[in-house]
Design a binder for this molecule. Structure first.
Ligand code: MN
Length: 342
C-alpha cells in the first residue's frame, strides 16, 4: 500500500514539476510560413536565417526577460507598445522589435499578390493617387531614415492611410511616435541586419527588390482588421494628453482620500482646477466627440472650481470628501465613455 502511495506521489510530482518547467512565457516567436531561402533572390537565405533566429529571437528573449514577474507581464503586446515610452527602453526596444518583425515576416511571401485589391486599392488611390506614388513615398522614407529604423504604411485613429518612418524599433502604435500614431499594416525593416550580407551599403537596391516579395493580399487583410480594431480608439485616447494629466492628479488625490487622507487634495485642489480647465479647452479626439462628453467636461470644471473654493475657505472634511467623490464620478463619465468598447 505504501509503495502504491509513494509511486502515485512520485508520478504526481513528476507531472507537477514538468508542468512548471514547460510553463511558457507570454510572448512567443511566430512561425515563419516559408523556408529561409524561399524569398531568394530578393532576400537571401542566410540573411533570413540570422534575422529570424538570432535578431528577432533576441528581441523576444529580452522582452520576456524584461517582463518577467512584473505587472505588465500579462498585457497584450499592443497595449505594452501603447505606453512604450513611459515603460522604458527594455520594453520599447524589445517589444517593438518583436512586434515589428512578426508583422514583417507575415507580409513577405514567396508567392505574393503583387498589387493591392479591393478597399485597400481604392483607398490607396484616394490617398496617394497610385500604388507607385505610395511605393515612392515609402522608399523615400526608408532611404532617408538615418541609421536604423522602419518605414510604415499605417491606419490613423481617423481611419486614414498614412506613411511615416520611425527610428530603432519604434512603431506607430507607440506613444513615442507622437503625431504619427496608428496601426501599421505594412512595414519595411531598414536596419542593416535586414540587407547587409547581400546588398552591403546599397539600401536602395534592397528597397527596390523587396517589392517582389511583399504580399499585398496580406496587407489588405491587415487593413480590414486595423479598421475595426479597438486599438485605434486606445491610441487616440492615449494621445489625449490633457485627459492623462487630469487623470493623474485625480488618481493621486482621490485614492488617498478613500484611505482617509485628505492632505493630497487639500494641497492640490488648485492644480486640479487648472488641469480641468486645460482638459475642457483641449481638442477632443474626433471619435470621442459627443454631447455627453461636452457636458461632462463643463461639469468637471465647475466641480473642480467648487472643490477648490471649499478647500480655500477651509470647508469641513465631510464636504470636501463629498465634493471630490462627485468630481471623481463626473470624471468617470468621460473615462467610461471613452473606453466603453474595452
Ligand atoms: Mn530586423
Amino acid at each position: 500500500m505504501q509503495n502504491v502511495l509513494t509511486f502515485s506521489l512520485s508520478i504526481f510530482l513528476m507531472v507537477f514539476t514538468q508542468q512548471i518547467s514547460v510553463a511558457q512565457p507570454i510572448h512567443q516567436m511566430p512561425t515563419l510560413g516559408y523556408s529561409y531561402d524561399a524569398l531568394e533572390p530578393y532576400i537571401d537565405g542566410q540573411t533570413m536565417e540570422i534575422h529570424f533566429s538570432k535578431h528577432h529571437q533576441a528581441y523576444l528573449t529580452n522582452l520576456n526577460k524584461a517582463l518577467n514577474g512584473t505587472k505588465a507581464e500579462k498585457l497584450p503586446l499592443e497595449l505594452l507598445l501603447l505606453g512604450a515610452e513611459r515603460r522604458g527602453a527594455a520594453i520599447r526596444n524589445n517589444g517593438g522589435g518583436h512586434y515589428n518583425h512578426t508583422l514583417f515576416w507575415s507580409i513577405l511571401s514567396p508567392n505574393p499578390e503583387k498589387s493591392p485589391s479591393g478597399k485597400l486599392a481604392d483607398d490607396i488611390h484616394k490617398t496617394f493617387t497610385s500604388v507607385d506614388s505610395l511605393k515612392k513615398l515609402l522608399n523615400n522614407g526608408a532611404s532617408t531614415r538615418f541609421g536604423s529604423g522602419w518605414v510604415w504604411l499605417y491606419v490613423t485613429p481617423e481611419k486614414k492611410l498614412a506613411v511615416c518612418s520611425t527610428p530603432n524599433q519604434d512603431n506607430p502604435i507607440m506613444d513615442a511616435a507622437k503625431e504619427n500614431r496608428g496601426i501599421p499594416i505594412l512595414g519595411i525593416d531598414v536596419w542593416e541586419h535586414a540587407y547587409y550580407l547581400k546588398y552591403q551599403n546599397k539600401r536602395g537596391d534592397y528597397l527596390g527588390a523587396i517589392w517582389n516579395v511583399i504580399d499585398w493580399s496580406k496587407v489588405g487583410m491587415l487593413y480590414e482588421n486595423a479598421l475595426k480594431d479597438p486599438l485605434l480608439k486606445d491610441i487616440e485616447k492615449d494621445d489625449w494628453t490633457a485627459l492623462k494629466e487630469f487623470h493623474l492628479v485625480m488618481a493621486q488625490t482621490f485614492h488617498p482620500m478613500e484611505e482617509g487622507k485628505l492632505e493630497p487634495i487639500k494641497t492640490r485642489s488648485g492644480e486640479m482646477l487648472e488641469k480641468a480647465q486645460i482638459l475642457a479647452k483641449s481638442k477632443v479626439p474626433t471619435t470621442f466627440k459627443s454631447d455627453a462628453i461636452t457636458k461632462a467636461l463643463t461639469d468637471l470644471v465647475d466641480g473642480s472650481a467648487k472643490l477648490d473654493k471649499l478647500i480655500k475657505k477651509k470647508g469641513k472634511d465631510d464636504k470636501i470628501k463629498e465634493s471630490l467623490t462627485k468630481l471623481h464620478d463626473t470624471f468617470h463619465v468621460i473615462q467610461g465613455l471613452c473606453s466603453d468598447d474595452h
